[in-house]
Design a protein around this ligand. Structure first.
Ligand SMILES: *Cc1c(COP(=O)(O)O)cnc(C)c1O
Length: 388
C-alpha cells in the first residue's frame, strides 16, 4: 500500500501548504523584528510533528521551535530541524544530559533543575542557554520573586550557565476574555521581576511572553521573541480574541485552517422505521433511514461526546451522527443525500463544496476548545501535505 496516495486510505488528514504559508506570513508581519518561535507541542497541535517540521525547515523566518517535552525536541532533531529548540515543559532529572547532547534550550522553573543542569555543564565543560520562567500569576510553572536570590546564586556558581539567556512568562487570562486587566497585571509583575533579576546580576538577554492571543492583540507583550502556537495552524485562540481583534479594526483573513480531516464511507444500508442505532439504543428512527458507516471513532480522536450531535459532510451535504460514536466506527444519516456509495469521501473537519465543519464547531459540540479537538486527533492517522 502506498500510504501517500489517499486513494487507498480510509481516514487521513490533509494539510494545506498554501494555508500554512499564509499563516506564517501573518505571524511574521505581527512579530516584526522579534524572533519567531512557533509551537509544535502535542504532535504539532495534532497536525503531525514530523510533517510540520519538514515544512518549517524550509522557512528561514522561523528562529525557534517550542515543544513541551524532551521527546518532542528529539523528534524535531530527528526530523531534520537544526535551528533552535526551546523546551517549555519539565525534563526529568535523569534526562538532563540529553539537553546538552541535542543542543536544546530548556525553560527552567525549579532550582533543582537549574542545579542539575549546572552540574552537567561543569562535568561536560559546556555552555547552556537557559530560559527562566517567572511566576506572575498563572501559578503553573515559574519561580517566585523570593526564589530569585537563590536562583541568581546558582547561575553564578556554574560558569556554564552564568546567567539566563531568556526570561519568560505565560498569561493566565488573555484568550478567554475581552477584559485584559489580569494580563496587564501579570505584565507589570513580569517587568518588575526582570528588573530584580538585573539587580541580582542575572539580566536576561531576551524576554518573551506572547502566545498567539498576546501576539495578535498586544504589541507590548512582544518584547524580543514571540511564541505563537494555534495561530500557525490557522485557528484563532478563541472567539474573544477574534472579537477583540476585530473591534480594534483588525482584518478578517489573517489565518486560514491548515488541517482537513477526511474519511470514507465503508458501507451504506437502509434500515426501517423504529429501529435503534448503535450502543445504548440512544437513537431510534422515525421513518425508513439511509445510514452510512464510517471507519472512525473516539480512538481516532472523534470524540464520543459528538454522539447524536455532530454532522459530517458527504457530497457537500450535512449527514448527522446517529447514535453513539463507537471506539472505531460512527454511523451517520444519509437518507436525504443521493449517490452515497462505499468509499465516498467524507469530511469530518474542514470544507466540502459549500459546506464547512470547523474544528471550533466540533469543540462547541464537545464542550471544549479547538486546542483539545486538534491535540487529540490520534497520531496513527496519516498526515499528508497538499499544495493547495
Ligand atoms: C502552548 C504555549 C504557547 C502557545 O500558545 P497558543 O495559545 O497556542 O499560541 C506559548 N507559550 C507557552 C508557555 C505554551 O505552553
Amino acid at each position: 500500500m502506498n500510504a501517500r496516495n489517499t486513494k487507498y486510505l480510509l481516514s487521513w488528514i490533509e494539510l494545506s501548504a498554501a494555508a500554512l504559508d499564509h499563516n506564517i506570513k501573518s505571524l511574521v508581519r505581527l512579530a516584526g523584528k522579534r524572533k519567531l518561535a512557533v509551537c509544535v507541542k502535542a504532535n504539532a497541535y495534532g497536525h503531525g510533528l514530523a510533517e510540520m517540521v519538514t515544512q518549517l525547515n524550509n522557512r528561514p523566518e522561523i528562529d525557534y521551535l517550542t515543544v513541551h517535552s524532551l521527546d518532542e525536541a528529539i523528534l524535531c532533531r530527528v526530523s531534520g530541524w537544526e535551528r533552535r529548540i526551546m523546551i517549555l515543559g519539565p525534563v526529568a532529572n535523569a534526562d538532563l544530559e540529553a539537553v546538552f547532547e541535542y543542543d536544546l534550550e530548556p525553560v527552567v522553573s525549579s532550582r533543582e533543575t537549574l542545579d542539575g543542569l549546572g552540574q552537567i555543564s561543569k562535568k561536560r565543560d559546556q555552555q547552556l542557554r537557559t530560559h527562566l520562567k517567572l511566576e506572575t500569576g498563572t501559578n503553573r510553572q515559574g519561580v517566585t520573586e523570593k526564589e530569585l536570590g537563590p536562583i541568581a546564586r546558582l547561575y553564578k556558581k556554574y560558569s556554564g550557565l552564568k546567567k539566563p539567556y531568556g526570561a519568560s512568562m505565560h498569561f493566565a487570562n488573555i484568550e478567554d476574555t475581552t477584559n485584559h486587566e489580569y494580563a496587564q497585571h501579570q505584565l507589570k509583575r513580569f517587568r518588575n521581576m526582570v528588573t530584580q533579576m538585573t539587580r541580582l546580576g542575572i539580566k536576561p538577554t531576551i524576554r518573551h511572553t506572547a502566545c498567539s492571543a498576546a501576539l495578535i492583540l498586544f504589541d507590548k507583550t512582544h518584547f524580543d521573541l514571540v511564541r505563537p502556537g494555534i495561530a500557525l495552524y490557522g485557528h484563532w485562540p478563541s472567539k474573544e480574541t477574534y472579537l477583540s481583534y476585530r473591534l480594534a479594526g483588525g482584518k478578517n483573513d489573517i489565518f486560514e485552517p491548515v488541517l482537513t480531516w477526511k474519511t470514507r464511507v465503508t458501507q451504506t444500508k437502509d434500515i426501517p422505521a423504529d429501529a435503534f442505532i448503535g450502543y445504548g439504543c440512544t437513537y431510534q428512527t422515525t421513518s425508513k433511514t439511509g445510514l452510512a458507516v464510517l471507519p472512525i471513532g473516539y480512538a481516532d480522536g472523534y470524540n464520543r461526546s459528538l454522539s447524536n450531535l455532530a454532522h459530517v459532510l458527504i457530497r457537500g451535504k450535512r449527514a448527522p451522527v446517529r447514535g453513539r460514536v463507537c471506539m472505531n466506527l460512527t454511523m451517520v444519516d444519509i437518507t436525504d443525500i443521493r449517490g452515497v456509495r462505499p468509499e465516498s469521501p467524507v469530511t469530518l473537519i474542514g470544507r466540502q463544496r459549500q459546506e464547512m465543519v470547523s474544528c471550533e464547531q466540533l469543540a462547541d459540540w464537545s464542550g471544549t476548545i479547538s486546542y483539545e479537538i486538534l491535540a487529540r486527533i490520534a497520531p496513527h492517522i496519516p498526515r499528508i501535505f497538499v499544495s493547495k
